[in-house]
Design a protein around this ligand. Structure first.
Ligand code: THU
Length: 132
C-alpha cells in the first residue's frame, strides 16, 4: 500500500474483485474513479457470452460517476487478480480521456507491492477530442 492508493480505496478494490463477472476470461478487475469533489465511484468488469458486449471495470466506474453527476475525473485506480500491475486497455484510455482533468493520474494497485501511477496524457498521447 502506498500514498498513491488510499487504504480505503485499495481495500474496496480488492473486495469488489468478488463482484466482477468474468466467467470467460477468468480475469477479475475492479476500478475506481475520483471526481473533482473527491467522491469515489467504483466499477467491475462485466463480461458477456457475446464477447464484444463485455464492459471493462474502468468503463463501469466511469458510468457510475457520470450517473452520479460527475464528469470531471482527477484519479483512476485499477486492480485485478492477476499478479503484478495492470493498465487500462486502449479503449478505456480513450474513455478516461473523455472525462479526465489535465494531469489525471491512472494508478495501478497490485495485490502485493507498490502501486504505480502515470498520467492519462502519458498513457494516451494525442487522445481524440472533438472541437467544441
Ligand atoms: N479488463 C478490464 O476490466 N480492465 C482493464 O484494464 C483490462 C482488462 C477486463 C476485460 C475482460 O473482462 C478481462 O479484463 C480480460 O481481458
Amino acid at each position: 500500500m502506498t500514498d498513491l492508493a488510499p487504504p480505503t480505496v485499495a481495500h474496496e478494490l480488492r473486495r469488489l474483485l468478488a463482484s466482477s463477472h468474468a466467467p470467460y476470461s477468468g480475469v477479475h478487475v475492479a476500478a475506481a474513479v475520483e471526481a473533482a469533489d473527491g467522491s469515489v465511484h467504483y466499477g467491475v468488469n462485466v463480461e458477456n457470452a457475446a464477447y464484444p458486449q463485455g464492459v471493462c471495470a474502468e468503463a463501469s466506474a466511469i458510468s457510475a460517476a457520470v450517473t452520479a453527476g460527475h464528469n470531471s475525473l482527477r484519479r483512476v485506480w485499477v486492480a485485478s487478480d492477476l499478479p503484478g500491475l495492470i493498465w487500462p486497455c486502449g479503449g478505456c484510455r480513450q474513455k478516461i480521456w473523455e472525462f479526465a482533468e489535465p494531469g489525471c493520474e491512472v494508478i495501478s494497485v497490485p495485490a502485493e507491492g507498490a502501486a504505480e501511477s502515470h498520467t492519462i496524457e502519458a498513457l494516451l498521447p494525442l487522445g481524440f477530442r472533438l472541437p467544441r
